[in-house]
Design a protein around this ligand. Sequence first.
Ligand code: B1M
Length: 208
Amino acid sequence: MEIKNVYEAVLEGDAGGVQDAVQALLDAGAAANEVLQQGLINAMQEVGKRYEEGEYFVPEMLIAARAMQSGLALLKPHLADSGVVSSGKVAVGTVKGDLHDIGKNLVAMMLEGAGFEVVDLGTDVGPEKFMEVVRNGVDVIGMSALLTTTMNNMQDVIEAIDDMGMRDKVKIVIGGAPVTDDFAKQIGADGFAPDASSAVRMVKELMS
Ligand code: B1M
């Protein structure tokens, strides 16, 4: 079994095939990070490309996403950054209007693996829910957005937290395909991370 089998099974939306290939690779001692990056994440990039080119439509995107998630579930225990003990509570969510959750789930998974307590707020999360977790006590908020139309909703959350007078009580990290470091600075976030492992590094840095 090779990583390209994982890649191809994701493109075909074959969840069973993804699971078989991921499990076989793990059993053979493959590095979970490589299976994740070269197999699962690269395949989703190709899915996006095919969608842009009109070769795939929303149903294909959805089936591929499900297949990817099924592989991710098997990788989860192997992605844990074992031995790292850290304390801190992080609430993650995909912003209002946005239903993409694979990247957010990956970030949550890696944070948990690094020893953080993670509150997953899910997708389509408006400012009120973020405000509530801040009120209840959380060290970091992580927001994800995959659409150029929803990334601006991150600013509403930051402003809402500012308006409730608690902006200095919480660190805010953002990410997602259209998000950039410049955008993070522009909206007043504390940090931007391009991928899940950088998100963990960023959260650790902000909490130290
Ligand atoms: Co959507 N979609 N989608 N989609 N989709 C994109 C994002 C798109 C780029 C495809 C394309 O045109 N090439 C395009 C957005 C265009 C734009 O805004 N400029 C798009 C579109 C248009 C849409 C719809 C509008 C389509 C429609 O209905 N006409 C619709 C919107 C629905 C909505 O949200 N309201 C839609 C729907 C869907 C599905 C439901 C079918 C499905 C999502 C399923 C799911 O998530 N459960 C889907 C998918 C799968 C994609 C693509 C193909 C793959 C996304 C993905 O999961 N990538 C995507 C194309 C692409 O991104 N190349 C596309 C893998 C994942 C691991 O990467 O999420 O980037 P990513 O996360 C990374 C980093 O960004 C980072 O770390 C992760 C790991 O490295 N990261 C963070 C993410 N969040 C972070 C948070 C952090 C830090 C880092 O800190 C807190």
